[in-house]
Design a protein around this ligand. Sequence first.
Ligand code: PLP
Length: 394
Amino acid sequence: MKILRPPELSHRAIALKPSLTLEISAKAKALQAEGRDICSLSAGEPDFNTPDFIVEAAREALLQGITRYGPAAGDPELRAALADKLSQENGIATRPEQVLICNGGKQAIYNLFQVVLNPGDEVLLPSPYWLSYPEMAALAGASTVLIPSSASDGFRLDLDALEARITPKSRLLVINSPGNPTGRVMQRQDIEALAELVARHPNLLVMSDEIYEYLLADGEQHISFASLSETLKDRCFTVNGFAKGWAMTGWRLGYLAGNATVIKAASALQSQSTSNVCSFAQKGALAAIQGSRDCVKDMARSYNLRRDLLIDGLQAISGITLIPPKGAFYAFPQLPERVTDSMEFCRRALEDEGLAVVPGVAFGDDRCIRLSCAVSRETITKGLERLQRTLSQF
Ligand code: PLP
């Protein structure tokens, strides 16, 4: 009898790590389905529904028959509206042909990496980092060079450490503010100092992932890296999307903005891979971008209250190091020194206490865990109690 062997996977597929955050959420959901009382602070998405006027616009588009293929680079009206938004709100003078509509911020990053990185190139990545960046760099054949930072200084980017790691192979620097998983918001003086550093290295490109731009604590301001200097503008790419600010994670709508030649190449890649983003979903996004920001502000206010609750609770636990995060909806506390393995800690938290949180090792810091505040106040309070109980077993 002939034995059928599974097909050999490509080197690329073998090297790929599945997303640990999605894995933890799935495990928590499976335990919940078995009837376990699970308290999950592991989600990476808003707990709001998409605002009605956006849903209504997509519904209307469906009813009007906007159900066919569209231009691969995106609905021209949406590209123009986003060019306008970037120019007015973010201070980045942008033309419509400099904007590519993608399936989420994720595809925007993937496309950019595919069209600017070559095998052997290095991506400079401040750590802790969002876990998809190194995997996407690897898919483009590039390696990742980390710039470490620590919880005790609020995960501030050390510019000397960054500059020391720049080599002739350095091609792209990634920044992400407000940041996932740290919730850190880069301050104007930090961004200006970074822009000066980048100006000294003319071969270096910058990708600024601004997907959490609207989720800011009171008194914080979002500054787009590409708005800082005309001379750097051609080397800076902005990634953004509708998922976090407008509670549209499932819609899969993001965008990439920057130099028109690169956008054209990314659009060609998209045309040969996924084509246009869902046509009627883009009409929902158009309504979002053209509409009032009140809904976004209301949701941000709600996360702020819950972030404060989470921060206060974490800071009250002895041995935890946490400089309050100022944006996104995460806290990334450092656990007491006796906890040496974040994966093992999270496994025990889930199995013994029914608490789902994400191990810091997934984001490059094994001393930390990530907790989300995009859950109810009761869940936060319960989660903090369970965290304390897990810690007492270590
Ligand atoms: N960038 C960061 C920092 C994120 O946290 C996420 C999602 O978690 C994304 C990009 C991707 O977002 P999207 O759902 O638009 O693909």
